[in-house]
Design a protein around this ligand. Structure first.
Ligand code: 5AD
Length: 432
């Protein structure tokens, strides 16, 4: 299955290489390889992860050639849906004009976007975000695999189904061998070029163990490895970086300190922020963000969440809806409507035109038939596929009825690739 395209090095300046994808250039970081102009490589998230022998690269590129330009046309067509003529409110028209001119919106204008109820206005919001995404980043899309390797968690977060108080949940931990094997399969058999290793805040895995897992995977696979292991010590994050992990997925969940500390009795908001800043200072690619639809969260909080993500210089925005879980205090809360999540995705695109924005599995769960497609059409450009062994997937129940829980990897890859092609998206790197 082809969901990464090799590129050719056309420029090299110290650690930064420029990679060409059929005439389109992306800047990537090279830390690991001895390179020359003309070499073929795979890059992910702006990091060079594999050298590809020329003959193999040419063979893959030959297969892609026609498809690549066809996809670009499809994407361009979908991104040029001019629907503004249907707008009536001059205030709203002014906001969209500002966005198109890349002018910064003020808070009132952002609130107006989030609260747009008129379906015509919503349509214009999504189309405008999609047009900006296309203009800034073309049709590149990241496809990451996620391995949920332990559902033990020492925390008791009010929203989360794997909270420590949930004693009805059967707990599991994958050992080193099983994790490395799962990663090798994802890479060798299914062709993933970027993986996320995720768990609850499970201190069973010491820094040394995580280091060993990462080193083993890096030894065997040329991939970009993201770690999503929660509020761990700075030393652990340093050790994981040194072992070869280059991405971290850690949300701050909400930028409202009072709400944060209500949700997480054992963590101080300040500590989370400090950790995120430290992670960034180590050179990791940072994916962070917040939950949408927390009880007690205001529209202003959500705007502050987006601005905080931007100020943290995050590489990727991960904003997903809260899905109420019966085994949590939020079991009875009312789920957000999908259109609110789509509007948040679009607003992120307005605020940070070059961002990588994830369609979360939670959004796919909230709107099973259209969540992923509409998310990608509302400004997002990144998706995640679950590659956790099926026997564990059901147990990683941060929220109920997670999308893709029974789906074999082949099937979900095929669905994803079909969807991306139908939208004209290509799995080229997004660069730095
Ligand atoms: N609904 C949606 N997302 C949730 N998470 C935890 N519980 C829920 C829920 N009920 C998210 C958190 C965490 C990520 C791994 O899962 O935001 O960062």
């Amino acid at each position: 299955m082809c969901y990464a395209i090799p590129g050719k090095i056309v420029e090299l300046k110290e650690k930064v290489a420029v990679v060409d994808y059929f005439g389109e250039h992306r800047r990537v970081l090279n830390e690991f390889f001895d390179l020359s102009i003309g070499d073929y490589v795979y890059a992910q998230g702006g990091i060079l992860i594999q050298k590809v022998p020329e003959s193999k690269a040419l063979e893959i590129l030959e297969q892609w050639k026609e498809m690549f330009f066809h996809l670009k046309e499809v994407d361009l067509r979908l991104a040029r849906k001019n629907t503004e003529s249907i707008l009536k409110d001059p205030g709203f028209i002014r906001i969209i004009d500002k966005v198109k001119k890349r002018e910064v919106l003020d808070k009132e204008e952002m609130l107006r976007v989030i609260n747009a109820q008129d379906p015509d206005e919503q349509e214009v919001i999504y189309n405008t975000a999609n047009e900006i995404r296309q203009g800034e980043l073309k049709n590149s899309c990241c496809v990451h695999g996620i391995i949920e390797f332990s559902n033990y968690c020492r925390n008791n977060c009010l929203y989360c189904g794997i909270r420590s108080d949930n004693n009805k949940l059967k707990r599991y931990r994958m050992d080193l061998k099983e994790i490395v094997y799962t990663a090798e399969e994802a890479v060798g058999r299914y062709g993933f070029k970027a993986l996320v290793l995720q768990s609850g805040d499970d201190y069973f895995y010491s820094g040394g163990m995580l280091e060993e897992i990462i080193s083993k995977i890096k030894e065997k696979c040329g991939i970009l490895l993201f770690m999503s292991v929660g509020q761990r010590e700075q030393l652990v994050y340093k050790a994981m970086y040194d072992a070869g992990a280059r991405g971290v997925l850690l949300r701050f969940e909400t930028s409202n300190p009072t709400l944060f500390e209500k949700l997480h009795k054992d963590i101080k908001f300040k500590e989370r922020l400090e950790l995120l800043r430290y992670i960034n200072s180590l050179g990791y690619i940072l994916a962070t963000g917040a939950l949408i639809g927390l009880p007690g969260q205001s529209d202003e909080d959500l705007i502050a969440d987006i601005m905080l993500t931007k100020s943290l210089k995050a590489d990727m925005y991960s904003f997903g809806p809260l899905i109420p879980h019966q085994a949590t205090p939020f079991g009875e809360s009312i789920p957000v409507k999908p259109d609110r999540v789509f509007k948040i995705i679009s607003l992120i695109r307005f605020v940070d035109p070059q961002a990588k924005i994830l369609v979360t599995t939670a959004l796919e769960t909230l709107d099973r038939t259209e969540g992923r497609r509409l998310g990608l059409l509302a400004g997002a450009n990144s998706v995640m596929l679950n590659v956790t062994p099926l026997e564990y997937r059901r147990l990683y129940e941060i929220y109920p009825d997670k999308a893709g829980i029974d789906k074999g990897i082949e099937e979900s890859i095929k669905e994803t690739v079909d969807l991306l092609y139908s939208l004209g998206r290509a799995p080229t790197d997004l660069g730095i």
